[in-house]
Design a protein around this ligand. Structure first.
Ligand code: IPM
Ligand code: MN
Length: 439
């Protein structure tokens, strides 16, 4: 019997719809290759809907989501709407109302050439950040008096509950049990924010139940420093909401850019939400410049979550979706690359066909005409596909997207990097910044 999954789509604002569209092509390809299906409903929420109707996302909709398997979200935020209004109502709304207490953010480097750090490679950057996702500084308890006067007072309260802290710490330890290095680092700021002592104590108590797991601790400021200096020290890390928000943008750059970083907002056993970490980058909307890989990764996380593990974009050594690199792009820009890999058991031809259909007309992905054979590396004018035999006899098929090297296409890929913040010296927004759109 084939499984069917009920998925709600919230493409949202800015580049959200176009990256979701690409993600769904991969989902289509996975369905035809792995033999499951999805029932998808697209929900209209975001800036357009809000400007038209005054509605952010109604409570009944949150209720309806509870019966689905998962939600795939593109991006929320639009300069025409008050800063934070839609982000809080929709993104934080989903996290809070569906009680998605884990914000799981894998930071994994797929190729040393993506990494801005000197002498660091894939063996050094492989961490799983477990961001608490329902309380902390995001609890929504804030206020101001005498606003706009010299005597203005503004407050924002951080809230930590024993239950909230314990469940995310426990989740982190459970994840660490299935990882080779078996280590959990608590990242907090308990020296300055004394309320975070609840994290220190809870971490020690829960940790005592997991004698096989090594524990470590870093204050958030030092953690930022270590993540650059010695990223290899991190395996699983658990941290309050705000620190998790901040350190995963840092992590995204260490792994190669906002354009590839994905996240899962989870409540194990219940409807969970998957989204790229980047924002809506409204000025690049509808230009086909946005890198869809982060959303493709989010689709991968979603498939893993719903239990479609065969379709998870992993190679057979257990690595997550692997990004390939196009060496000849190296002189042009660092870290240029989007790639799509889909695993198939013994049907590379079928997969190639599925990919070709999925990516017909897509700007960044081309699939060669002849179905590749195992071990082939096929070059065409604008595309390369490598089909790698893998240890277990399964095949990892991946198409490196290096079709945009020449002429106008080369410019397009540069714009893509700028749009997604892959180019450090550009001084342009990476989904944040001058647009006032949070990422
Ligand atoms: C993220 C985003 C959100 C957050 C914003 C859009 C509210 O930055 O998912 O990391 O701060 O959590
Ligand atoms: Mn963020």
């Amino acid at each position: 019997m084939t499984s069917a999954y009920d998925i709600a789509l919230i493409p949202g604002d800015g580049i959200g719809p176009e990256v979701v569209r690409e993600g769904l092509k991969v989902l289509d390809a996975c369905e035809s290759v792995f033999g499951f299906s999805t029932k998808r409903e697209e929900l209209p929420y975001g800036a357009e809907h809000y400007l038209k109707t005054g509605e952010t996302m109604p409570d009944e909709e949150f209720d309806r989501l509870r019966d689905r398997n998962a939600v795939l979200l593109g991006a929320i935020g639009d300069p025409r709407v008050e800063v934070g209004l839609l982000e809080f109502a929709i993104i934080a709304g989903l996290r809070f109302k569906l009680d998605l207490y884990v914000n799981l953010r894998p930071i994994k480097l797929y190729d040393a050439r993506f990494c801005p750090l000197k002498d660091k490679g894939p063996a050094d950057v492989d961490m799983l950040i477990c961001r608490e996702n329902t309380e902390g500084a995001y609890s929504g308890i804030h206020g101001a008096v005498r606003r706009g006067t010299p005597f203005e007072v503004a407050t924002q309260t951080m809230v930590f509950t024993r239950r909230g802290v314990e469940r995310i710490i426990r989740y982190a330890f459970e994840r660490a049990m299935n990882r080779p290095r078996k280590k959990v680092t608590l990242i907090d700021k308990a020296n300055a924010l004394r309320s975070q002592d609840i994290w220190t104590r809870t971490f020690a108590e829960v940790g005592a139940e997991y004698p096989d797991i090594k524990t470590d601790h870093a204050y958030i400021d030092a953690a930022c420093m270590w993540m650059i200096k010695n990223p290899e020290w991190f395996d699983v890390a658990v941290t309050p909401n705000l620190f998790g928000d901040i350190i995963t943008d840092l992590g995204a750059m260490v792994q190669g850019g906002m354009g590839i970083a994905a996240s899962g907002n989870l409540h194990p056993g219940q409807t969970s939400m998957f989204e790229p970490i980047h924002g809506s980058a409204p000025k690049y909307k509808d230009q086909n410049k946005a890198n869809p890989i982060a959303t493709i990764m989010a689709v991968s996380m979603m498939l893993e979550y719903v239990g479609e593990v065969e379709a998870v974009l992993k190679d057979t050594t257990g690595h997550d979706l692997e990004l390939t690199f196009c060496p000849h792009l190296l002189p042009v820009k660092r870290g240029i690359l989007t790639a799509l890999h889909v695993r198939t058991d013994h049907a590379p031809d079928a997969l190639a066909t599925a990919l070709r259909t999925a990516y017909e007309g897509a700007p960044f992905v081309h699939v060669v005409e002849a179905p590749p054979r195992l071990g082939d590396v096929v070059f065409t004018n604008d595309c390369r596909i490598s089909v790698h035999p893998a240890a277990s006899g399964r095949a990892v098929v991946f198409s490196a997207i290096d079709n945009l090297v020449k002429g106008a296409a080369g410019q397009a890929i540069q714009n893509l990097n700028l749009a997604m913040g892959w180019e450090e010296d550009a001084g342009l927004p990476s989904g944040f910044g001058p647009d006032g759109v949070a990422g």
